[in-house]
Design a protein around this ligand. Structure first.
Ligand SMILES: *Cc1c(COP(=O)(O)O)cnc(C)c1O
Length: 409
């Protein structure tokens, strides 16, 4: 019998659906100026919902300074860049943004990519492929983009237990001194919201002569006096070889980047296929990101309001006895532990409460740790928080989900 492509695809998708891991996207249109409100095209007709799972952590995607910069660039430079960076696609907005990002992280240079995913994939892919004998020591919970970049590079990879310094040291000490080494890790891990011991990892890197590659995607704009990330907050930026970030989460626009020494950046610029052979970001996107980075370098109001909102949501969950992962970041994972229940609660939140929280299932998180990942932001009002807590309380009752002993009221 010949291979029947669609039957093959259907069978694979049916298996996903049976496990509860089939992904359905909510068709949303964010209401600019009224976000976290969004318009939802759903089965029950169109309606307004409140988004509680966005990575636009600070609402910068609707900030007037960002929108003005984008409109201005659109009117001045038009829609697309019109080429790769090498062939006519480098505009002043790209150059200015790279200078701003280098300065943000205290590095000599920075390099833009079309996304954070592409930045990780290309930078790690290029370093791994082009540094002879490089061994990459990768945290077990690194993001898919880092894993794929390392895999693609063909470099030797050693996985160390998540945030486990003794395992990292054990593996570093087993390698010959002259072997080039790179430790790849994140600052804020996006699904559990825990934070790496960056200083101690830098200590080990220095002791064993390893380079460091830090993904600050869930921290840039949010931590540090100027939004430079956890490494800025902890005074560690100069100890890291490469800092990687996104312009698509707290900065509210799109794009990714690395910041490092001038020779390293020039090397990746010169050899990274994922940088060289693709059209540059639209100038308006670069201009919007630049405005966002500049704004958050001096304004701390967004970061302060963000922290307050996160604390309010956590305290409310504690009052209700709803289990959530305790962590030192802004991410509030409410644990459900079952893919079908997680999907069901998310559906009920949307259908009955006008609240959108995407269920997080395998393979984004391990099976059995399915969760609702809540991301409070300064654009959520006290009323929004109260509505969220009411809805979750009612659903925990209705679905008879486990609760923790209630905290003292
Ligand atoms: C989202 C994410 C990325 C990719 O960034 P994009 O700009 O969205 O492509 C990289 N690393 C981590 C840890 C992420 O969560």
């Amino acid at each position: 019998m010949r291979f029947a492509p669609d039957a093959f695809f259907d069978a694979a998708l049916t298996a996903l659906k049976d496990e509860g891991n089939y992904r359905r996207f909510a068709d949303l249109e964010r209401r600019c100026g009224a976000f976290p409100r969004a318009h939802h095209e759903g089965g029950q007709g169109d309606r307004e919902v409140t988004v509680w799972c966005s990575n636009d952590y600070l609402g910068m995607g609707q900030h007037p300074a960002v929108l003005a910069a984008m409109r201005d660039a659109l009117d001045t430079a038009g829609a697309g860049a019109g080429g790769t960076r090498n062939i006519s696609g480098t505009t002043h907005a790209h150059v200015a943004l790279e200078a701003e990002l280098a300065e943000l992280h205290g590095k000599a240079a920075a390099l833009l990519f079309t996304s954070g995913y592409v930045a990780n994939w290309s930078a790690l892919g290029t370093l791994g492929a082009r540094i002879p004998g490089l061994v990459i020591l990768s945290d077990a919970l690194n993001h898919a983009s880092m894993i794929e970049g390392i895999r693609h590079s063909g470099a030797e990879k050693r996985i160390w237990a998540h945030n486990d310094l003794s395992d990292l040291e054990r593996q570093l000490s087993a390698l010959p001194d002259e072997t080039p080494k790179l430790i790849a890790f994140e600052s804020v891990y996006s699904m559990d919201g825990d934070i790496a011991p960056i200083a101690e990892i830098c200590d080990l890197a220095e002791r064993y002569g390893a380079m460091t590659y830090l993904d600050e995607v869930h921290a840039v704009g949010l931590y540090g006096a100027r939004g430079g990330g956890v490494a800025e907050r902890e005074g560690l930026m100069d100890r890291l070889t490469i800092i990687e970030g996104t312009l698509g989460k707290a900065f509210g626009v799109m794009g990714g980047y690395i910041a490092a020494s001038a020779p390293l950046i020039d090397f990746v610029r010169s050899f990274a296929s994922g940088f060289i052979f693709t059209t540059a970001l639209p100038p308006a996107v670069a201009a919007g990101a630049l405005a966002s980075v500049c704004h958050l370098k001096t304004s701390t109001a967004e970061r302060e309001a963000h922290a307050v909102r996160v604390a309010t949501v956590r305290a409310g969950l504690d009052r209700l006895g709803i289990p959530h992962v305790d962590n030192p970041s802004h991410i509030v994972p409410v644990m459900v532990g079952d893919p079908l229940k997680c999907r069901y609660i998310s559906d009920l939140l949307m259908a009955h409460h006008g609240i959108y929280i995407q269920p997080i299932n395998y393979p984004t998180v391990p099976k059995g740790t399915e969760r609702l990942r809540i991301t409070p932001s300064p654009v959520h009002s006290e009323t929004d928080v109260a509505a969220l807590l009411d809805a979750l309380g009612a659903l925990w009752e209705q679905c008879q989900l486990a609760r923790l002993p209630r905290a003292a009221q």
